[in-house]
Design a protein around this ligand. Structure first.
Ligand code: 6GU
Length: 241
């Protein structure tokens, strides 16, 4: 099974960064496939213009409806020969709903996904009305474009794809899938700058170690993200989380 991710962006080279690390492995293993479409290739003039000044005035530029919608249709399979759109079209935007790990899990379960990275002040509203299924933000801060947000989404999804991690357990055990923050980690040497590895981790008592880690995870979560514990305690036993 391969997750096909179609990306619409005027800076396709930025996505070369995904060839490193975990997403790079996902691409090599064909668990992930990336297909880039550049709206400039669908521009109507010889200057390959894809943006224009906003109606009503104001600062910045807006991505024009025609080249962008043509690029989305080509990328998503809407105009691909013998194919129909096989997955949602997601627009990365600071106005979108905030992406969480549960959303990442849903994306990872899809066969195909089309991501739209906007630039400038935004995209023509009529493209959102006619083409976009889902509008997603990666957090409450402002980026100059959706490219890094799209890459964050792809990286988060890639590490969940079957066979990518190697150690299948560590994706499940970590922060957020369990709903709380991760416990602290140590490796050799036993003593570093006079700081010793907690004795329990050297004990070989796996039950005691699991218990210590669970307590550490709860402690750091209580200190840094008490909101996560409130969410957790409101989940009834048997609920999927
Ligand atoms: Cl998806 N796009 C932009 N431009 N800024 C953001 C964002 C997305 N998510 C958070 N900030």
């Amino acid at each position: 099974m391969t997750l096909r991710v179609n990306v619409v962006s005027i800076f396709p080279e930025m996505f070369d960064a995904l060839r490193f690390g975990m997403s790079g492995r996902a691409l090599e293993q064909k668990a992930l496939e990336l297909l880039m479409t550049n709206p400039r290739d669908f521009a109507k003039n010889r200057y390959r213009t894809i943006d224009d000044r906003p109606y009503g005035g104001g600062p910045g530029m807006v991505m024009m409806a025609e080249p962008l919608s043509a690029a989305i249709d080509a990328a998503s399979g809407e105009s691909r020969e013998g194919t129909k759109k096989a997955g949602p079209i997601v627009y990365l935007s600071p106005k979108g709903r905030r992406m969480e790990q549960t959303d990442v899990e849903s994306f990872a379960a899809l066969p195909e996904l089309t991501l739209i990275a906007g630039r400038y002040e935004g995209i023509d509203e009529r493209v959102i009305q006619t083409r976009i299924d889902d509008e997603v933000s990666i957090g409450d801060y402002v980026l100059a474009g959706g490219e890094f947000a799209a890459m964050v989404l792809i990286e988060a999804v890639a590490r969940l794809l079957p066979g990518v991690l190697g150690n299948e357990e560590s994706a499940v055990q970590e922060s957020f899938t369990s709903g709380i923050l991760d416990y602290p980690h140590y490796t050799r040497p036993e003593c570093f700058e006079n700081l010793r590895v907690p004795e329990v981790l050297l004990s070989g008592d796996h039950k005691k170690i699991a218990n210590w880690r669970q307590n550490q995870a709860l402690k750091v979560t209580k200190e840094r993200r008490p909101d996560l514990l409130e969410i957790r305690s409101s989940i009834k036993p048997g609920d999927k989380h």
